[in-house]
Design a protein around this ligand. Sequence first.
Ligand code: SAH
Ligand code: F3S
Length: 454
Amino acid sequence: MPQTTRAKRAYVETYGCQMNVSDGELMEGVLAARGYEIVGCPEDADVVLINTCAIREHAESRVLGRVSQLNGLKRERPDMLIGVTGCMAQRMGDSLLERAPYVDLVMGPDGYRSLPDALGQLQKEARPRKRKQLAVLELESSENYQGLEQLRAEGPSAWVPIQRGCDHRCSFCIVPYVRGPEKNRTPELVLAEIQGLAAQGVTEVTLLGQTVNSYRHGDVDFPRLLRSVARVDGIRRVRYTSPHPNDVTPELVEVMAEEPSVCEQLHLPAQSGSNRTLKRMLRRYTVEELLQKVALVREAIPDIAISTDIIVAFPGETGAEFHETLDLMRTVRFDEAYTYKYSPREGTPATRMPPEDFLSPEEAQARLAELIEVSRGIQAEINRSEVGRVEEVLIEKGGREAGQVLGRTRRNKVVVFDGDISRVGEYTRVVLERTTGATFAGTEALAVRAAVQA
Ligand code: SAH
Ligand code: F3S
């Protein structure tokens, strides 16, 4: 009896930011549309794709380790294909194929439309034993993957990319080089996609872009798009990330304050609290302007939670300038800070600063440790002051312990409480009872819940 050929199986493993998570879903969608079965581990897969990040050196070294580990699997199953996709693939290109000769495919962030064809070509050529490697590295100034279906993880929340690439040139950042210029999706398709998601039961969407609030398509700018998204039937929560501070405008803040579904949360990447450093980072704002943005937002939405990104030990950062960053932390009192040591990225302007400007790893580490201590201290103080509040929580998944669930408040704070995993997707009200400093433990306000349901 002739054997029916089984579907090829693919596994996608993603590193890095939410945009990359969303790209991983896109790759899965593209492959599923071409008959691939998507599987949950590399052992089950004919094709293993590692979707990578290039933002810091550490992110890349982790991937190199992971890929060489996968080579062990490939030795047992020589037909297996290994692909490296995303920003690190774009940055390293052919040199990655040399450095890791067992990698079959490198593909940058603009190549995913042709992913099944590239894999098909490699599968065909693998047969007459002549192994071939393939690199797909063109940056397409128009590719925004409009019209392709993502294969989204099930659940109440969805990432919705509305923009790819970046038109800024922050002097430390590799993103514009590996993701190309800013490309915005049409508002009609963004809205249609979100309506479709809502019809499938999604109630929370996060709009994604490198400078998401600089979005503009024709005469639709970001505030206008946000308002339309906020009004889609069935969508109860809208978030967006990451905005650029310069595009936090009064119009945007007005939409945030007026539309009930837009969450009381803002990520506002500051990077530094020193004007000289900000200037050399090419961030295009001053500390004073940043503080004005914070004031604008807090005046309109007093209860808003604000998070940030900070880089320490940027080349030439003096001790006094680092202390200005600590001052900024104490002035703004961010609810959360993502903190990084400067990591030189080849080809970016900051790497061309005078060699004597680069800080020693010890000094950089000391600054990072001090910044973390300050920012965690502030975060813990804020969160302790919130104990006792009753907050609306969307249940996202099971907690670490059986019988517990984990959810987020509108202000993006994580809360763990007793509940059954079958309740993922439900909204409930929870009393915040304890905090570790970063996350909360609570108890459902059952009385409140019963009253709402009645
Ligand atoms: N606008 C983008 C920024 C992407 S990078 C966004 O979607 O968030 C995320 C953060 O990584 C940046 O805000 C910055 O704080 C940090 N980062 C970027 N390049 C870096 C580098 N070379 N070294 C250390 N941190 C970096
Ligand atoms: Fe990077 Fe600056 Fe754009 S941080 S993603 S170049 S806004």
